[in-house]
Design a protein around this ligand. Structure first.
Ligand code: SAM
Length: 293
């Protein structure tokens, strides 16, 4: 069997079921490519060498049986593919993931690839990734700014164990640290950049999410006050942990409209993304202080 046939058969397994895509892919074909290429160790690139490698690769019966078993688990258990494969991609980088952390999918990836332009006037010396989960945002940011010291903070020891695994995977032990902290309680600022994709989903909304999301740790999703409680705490406390000229980048997803309606005193900038996604704000330390006063 060749790779094309293998992807087609996997795609058929997915298409015949009612799956929800929202953890790195948005359709059955891409999900099948993600599965087959990861199991076979094939490159995702579109260059001539990658194409030749893919065209020439033959898939053994044993390999197909492994792929088929994973495809059937994806269909029957509704487990996100990233958990089955133990790997997710974020900002063009691979990360270990399992059910201790959310599957990375933040639109902040695009901002990282643009080195947070035009939000930062110079490369940040110290960065905090608050609510870090797998560490994907902080680690990708550390790789975008080779001089930066980066702290990855989370309240979950389980999540921090995964983040540490990813720090080691990317060889960043000398300048990226994990911190167990309830929001800012255990961090030592000031930071030039605080970036956060915190929980921002209400309990009612979590209950309505497709089964794939129920596989993720609820600690990573749930936030009181219709989802706003944790983002609001971050907005109210961040200024104390930012350096002069420092910037907060905070994701609220679709909860952004509630913040806009209920708390218009925060003069935030909502960012646009070419590759989709919404509800990411940027605000400077000065603007946070003015809003608080
Ligand atoms: C939406 S997940 C984001 C993970 C990661 N930043 C990403 O983009 O994939 C939110 C994370 O916040 C953590 N968390 C929840 N409440 C927290 C708190 N009070 N203080 C620190 N971290 C918290 C969860 O453990 C989870 O890992």
């Amino acid at each position: 069997m060749n790779v094309q046939v293998c992807v087609e058969r996997s795609c058929t397994i997915f298409s015949d079921a009612e799956l929800y895509y929202g953890h790195g892919t948005d359709n059955a074909w891409d999900e099948a490519v993600y599965l087959v290429f990861t199991v076979l160790g094939l490159p995702f690139g579109d260059d001539a060498d990658s194409r030749q490698m893919i065209e020439q690769r033959q898939v053994s019966d044993e390999e197909w049986q492994r792929i088929k078993a994973l495809a059937c688990r994806r269909r029957d258990e509704r487990t996100p593919m990233a958990y089955l494969l133990g790997e997710a991609w974020f900002a063009g980088l691979p990360f270990h993931v399992d059910e201790r952390v959310l599957v990375p999918r933040s639109p902040i990836a695009e901002l990282i690839l643009q080195q947070y332009q035009p939000l930062l006037s110079e490369p940040p010396a110290r960065v905090l990734d608050l609510c870090t989960g797998s560490g994907c945002i902080g680690i990708a940011t550390a790789l975008a700014f080779p001089q930066a010291q980066v702290d990855l903070a989370d309240i979950s020891g389980d999540a921090l164990a995964v983040a540490l695994q990813n720090i080691i995977r990317h060889g960043l032990q000398d300048r990226v640290n994990t911190l167990c902290s309830d929001l800012f309680a255990g961090v030592q600022g000031p930071y030039d950049l605080i970036v956060s994709n915190p929980p921002y989903v209400s309990a009612e909304e979590v209950a309505d999410l497709p089964p794939e999301y129920q596989r993720e740790p609820s600690l990573g999703l749930l936030s009181d006050e219709d989802g706003l409680a944790i983002p609001l705490q971050i907005l109210r406390q961040a200024a104390r942990h930012l350096s002069p000229g420092g910037v907060l980048v905070l994701e609220l997803g679709y909860t952004w409209t509630l913040l806009d309606q209920r708390y218009p005193q925060f003069p935030v900038t909502w960012l646009d993304f070419d590759s989709g996604g919404e509800g990411v704000l940027a605000i400077t330390r000065d603007a946070l202080i003015r809003a608080d006063g």
